[in-house]
Design a protein around this ligand. Structure first.
Ligand code: GSH
Length: 219
């Protein structure tokens, strides 16, 4: 019997880091058990720490192996299930995909803080600052460059869906939630992402969640 994969995440409505490995695992057809821990509750920290001393989700358990940090989870999965197309195979495209994924993991802090993810909402307002605009400009430039150089084989950043798209998935929903205007490339890419079956499944499941946390529901 195959060793069980168990992904521990937070609210699908709000947890952008949880969305990344979840979407990738669904996109690559992996069967996994899922545990959702609601954010901002008195016992949230204790519940997360039962799975990882880092105290953050997502966490992946695979048999007796525990992995945390979204990008490390994606890397672990691409090693453990190496027959799937987690990263592009062409060396140039693969290097670029890893670089833009790392850029997402480590950066865009101003945009992330000012525009918290809430996939159930549209029309949320944000006061745009130079720092936020600069993050948005860099993200849309990445999308344009990847699509132009590597996107010929499909509608995603590197043509076929890859871990790079999983890393940018929550940005696509944020831009929709906060009504960020996109150029033609960004608009088409967002459309492709929002129509991906894994994304649709996440959004449907988020819509059905019972929890409403005030700090993510600001106007
Ligand atoms: N760098 C981490 C970030 C993880 C993170 O910040 N997760 C949030 C949820 S989106 C969390 O666990 N918050 C719980 C808490 O801080 O109590 C990753 O890539 O996985």
């Amino acid at each position: 019997m195959a060793t069980e994969l168990h992904l521990i995440i937070a609210n699908k409505a709000y947890s952008s880091w949880s969305m990344r490995p979840w979407i990738a695992m669904k996109a690559y057809g992996l069967a996994f058990r899922e545990t959702v821990i609601c954010l901002d509750q008195p016992d949230t920290a204790e519940k997360i720490k039962a799975f990882s001393s880092a105290g953050k989700v997502p966490v992946l358990r695979h048999g007796d192996i525990t992995v945390w940090e979204s990008i490390a989870i994606l890397d672990y999965l691409s090693d453990a299930f190496f027959d799937r197309h987690w990263w592009p195979t062409d060396p140039q495209a693969r290097a670029a995909a890893r670089a833009v994924a790392a850029e997402m993991h480590a950066g865009f802090r101003d945009m992330r803080i000012a525009m918290p993810m809430n996939v159930r909402r549209t029309g949320l307002e944000v006061t745009r600052t130079e720092a936020i605009d600069s993050d948005i400009a860099r993200i849309t430039a990445i999308w344009r460059e990847c699509r132009a150089k590597f996107g010929a084989g499909g509608p995603f950043l590197f043509g076929a869906f890859s871990n790079a798209d999983a890393m940018y998935a929550p940005v696509v929903t944020r831009f929709k939630t906060y009504g960020v205007e996109l150029d033609a490339v960004g608009g088409a890419y967002s459309e492709a992402m929002l129509n991906h079956p894994a994304m649709r499944e996440w959004l449907i499941s988020a819509a059905g969640e019972p929890w409403v946390i005030a700090k993510y529901e600001k106007k």
